[in-house]
Design a protein around this ligand. Sequence first.
Ligand SMILES: Nc1ncnc2c1ncn2[C@@H]1O[C@H](COP(=O)(O)OP(=O)(O)OP(=O)(O)O)[C@@H](O)[C@H]1O
Ligand code: SF4
Ligand SMILES: [Mg+2]
Length: 328
Amino acid sequence: MPLVEIQNLQLDLTVEAGRVRVLDGVDLSIEQGTVHALVGESGSGKSLTAMSLARLLPEGFAQRAGGRVLVDGRDVFALDAGALRQVRGGIVSYVFQEPATALNPVMRVGDQILESLRLHQPDRATRAEVEAWLRRVGIPAPEVRARQYPQELSGGMQQRVMIAMALAPRPRLLVADEPTTALDVTIQAQILDLLMDLRRELGMTILLITHNLGVVAEIADDLSVMYAGQVVETGPAATVMTDPAHPYTKALLASVPRLGAGNQLLATIPGAVPPAGRPPTGCRFHPRCPVAASPCGVEVPIPRSMGGGRVVRCPFAVVGAVAGKGAA
Ligand SMILES: Nc1ncnc2c1ncn2[C@@H]1O[C@H](COP(=O)(O)OP(=O)(O)OP(=O)(O)O)[C@@H](O)[C@H]1O
Ligand code: SF4
Ligand SMILES: [Mg+2]
């Protein structure tokens, strides 16, 4: 059984303009012990999908309009407050890009990690364990740092404290939403190595949201690609990256500069992401799709299994070196 199963999730946000559907039929399945990468342009719905796993969005602001989210067999949107607290931190932990939103400014960082341990791993809630985690995420002199407040630490150090706080309760699933973007390259590599060690040691499952396709190629087992509130392609990362089937995945991969390509300009995908809640008719990608055909502006593509774990939301997509409509 997959650790995470999102089935046809529809999520609405109530914003100034009214109620808008920002996720519209998201399917995502994450196998136990794997690293599943989620990519897509800004605004495609990656963070909202990830936050739905622990129902982190305020009820008045976000409403589930349909579909189910199953985490470790639990129907997350059906849980009461107590059961939800168990899921948050105990089963699913989050690392966000912005540490300031996750750390309490008036509490010493060591105490914050200790509190998280008390809640979910009471037997391990000791100062020694806290310092061990700080050391593990690359914080020197952890006994000194543990006594400091977040604002006494640099942005990179705060990020590492947040990672320690997320990992200390040994969650089954770590959601890392752009976890290293704010860090310098050496520390990014250290943090990713640490995540990989923990995945081996604890059998941890990771949902990794990133704009860095180099990282995806290096560490992801599976890859899902989002566009305008839907997953348009999913499958084993290595095959999706070498043989993308959906025209959007192809365009996204083509926009990545190759290592060693000097100042080569990025190929941008022509056109803009549709505004939230106001997608084009038919296939949402059709106004930007280089191989769009006449039915594409009318018929809504449904996800189609193409074998080898690949599911693609485009009726013209092909896999393998077969020349055809979607293979352009
Ligand atoms: N707090 C909010 N208020 C209004 N709209 C929001 C809010 N959060 C998300 N949205 C809308 O929901 C859609 C999906 O947002 P989401 O944050 O999930 O995108 P994302 O793929 O994570 O983008 P990014 O790569 O920029 O982080 C966007 O169109 C965004 O405008
Ligand atoms: S359905 Fe049509 S417009 Fe959409 S991705 Fe496929 S070919 Fe392009
Ligand atoms: Mg996001």
